[in-house]
Design a protein around this ligand. Structure first.
Ligand SMILES: NC(=O)C1=CN([C@@H]2O[C@H](COP(=O)(O)OP(=O)(O)OC[C@H]3O[C@@H](n4cnc5c(N)ncnc54)[C@H](OP(=O)(O)O)[C@@H]3O)[C@@H](O)[C@H]2O)C=CC1
Ligand SMILES: CCCCCCCCCCCCCCCC(=O)[C@@H](N)CO
Length: 311
């Protein structure tokens, strides 16, 4: 009798253990993990690398400019918590040629072991009115922001599936949740990441691999400073409603979410999530008076802007 009860208890615990990954994944242990960060030499990517390093990870920084890479490596190394930790630098364009990306990922795995977490943060932004953005920029942004995330992901996925573990982060943007004035070239490249992430997550959940999509607001980085040089006033005014974050704050939030295996990682005001899912309706209402950006045009051209209650 006692034996039967014991057997039941063992079976029950075993069952719980088996289904536990279906309920919520086991957090990834960053201590000793190998984290690859594309775009790791600057801005948000560099802060993500630091955040992981200070939790004991081994880091591979991926970007093009070797001088910036070495500079970033030195900065990251200041946050070591033990003397075994390593920061590896790899110079490659993540968007141009898959075989190159595949071969540098292979090199990184030979040096620091299989990739436990891939952070796709390499990216760029161009803003401007649709007809003023050079036509070839639309292609460029899709290449860097979208294909530049597909290639590294493709290069790590087989090993992750074999090992039945891993994390993949895509750094989208709030402009990847809602389309905004001035972002006709940028937003679609960030929306694309969500389609990729959702489809991929469905395929790889059975392999205990978790995908995170991060949606940061404007963040104080060299990339933002560059973008601001040519940003239309309307875009500035709209973006201001969401504020400007510091890259180390963003890094903390998105790394925590990736470690926990959360699919969405929103940074900044919670209300944006709600707005984004209802924006289509909001837009439809606004069309009685003009496009959503018109309320911001209002600010610019001294017409009375729409108030929230008037939507
Ligand atoms: N800052 C912001 O306001 C926000 C940024 N984001 C997104 O976060 C990510 C990082 O932005 P941020 O930190 O501002 O950018 P930065 O311009 O400061 O850094 C971009 C990084 O990506 C690398 N990179 C760019 N293109 C390539 C490429 N083709 N191949 C390899 N590496 C490349 C750069 O190095 P190198 O040039 O040497 O290759 C650099 O390390 C981007 O994807 C951006 O869209 C999202 C929301 C807000
Ligand atoms: C009618 C309802 C109106 C809703 C307003 C919502 C406001 C959202 C502001 C979004 C800011 C976009 C930041 C893009 C950041 C980015 O990715 C670039 N900076 C990259 O360099």
């Amino acid at each position: 009798m006692l034996l039967v009860v014991a057997a039941f208890i063992v079976a029950f615990v075993l069952l719980l253990y088996m289904i536990s990954p279906l309920i919520s994944p086991k957090p990834l242990k960053l201590n000793g993990a190998h984290v690859v960060v594309t775009g790791g030499s600057s801005g948000i990517g560099k802060c993500i690398a630091i955040e992981c390093y200070r939790q004991g990870a081994f880091i591979t920084l991926v970007a093009r400019d070797e001088v910036k890479l070495l500079q970033a490596k030195k900065e990251v190394e200041k946050f070591a918590i033990n003397d075994k930790q390593v920061v590896l630098c790899i110079s490659v364009d993540v968007s141009s040629d898959y075989s190159q990306v595949e071969s540098v990922i292979k090199q990184a795995q030979e040096k620091l072991g299989p990739v436990d977490m891939l952070v796709n943060c390499a990216g760029m932004s161009i803003s401007g009115k649709f007809e003023e953005v050079e036509v070839d920029r639309f292609k460029k942004l899709m290449e860097v922001n979208y294909l530049g995330s597909v290639y590294p992901t493709r290069a790590v996925i087989t090993t992750m599936k074999e090992r039945r573990m891993g994390r993949i982060m895509f750094v989208s943007s709030q402009a990847g949740q809602i389309g905004l004035f001035g972002y006709t070239a940028y937003s679609p490249s960030k929306f694309a990441l969500r389609g990729l992430a959702e489809s991929l997550q469905m395929e790889i959940k059975p392999y205990n691999i978790y995908v995170t999509v991060a949606y940061p607001p404007d963040t104080d980085t060299p990339g933002l400073a560059e973008e601001n040089k040519t940003k239309p006033l309307e875009t500035k005014l709209i973006s201001e409603t969401s504020g400007v974050c510091q890259p180390d704050q963003v890094a903390k939030i998105v790394v925590r979410d990736a470690v926990q295996g959360n699919f969405n990682s929103s940074v900044g005001p919670e209300w944006l999530d709600a707005v984004s899912s209802h924006l289509w309706n909001v837009t439809r209402h606004l069309h009685h008076r003009g496009s959503p950006a018109d309320c911001y045009h209002g600010i610019v051209s001294d017409h009375r802007p729409l108030l929230p209650g008037e939507f």
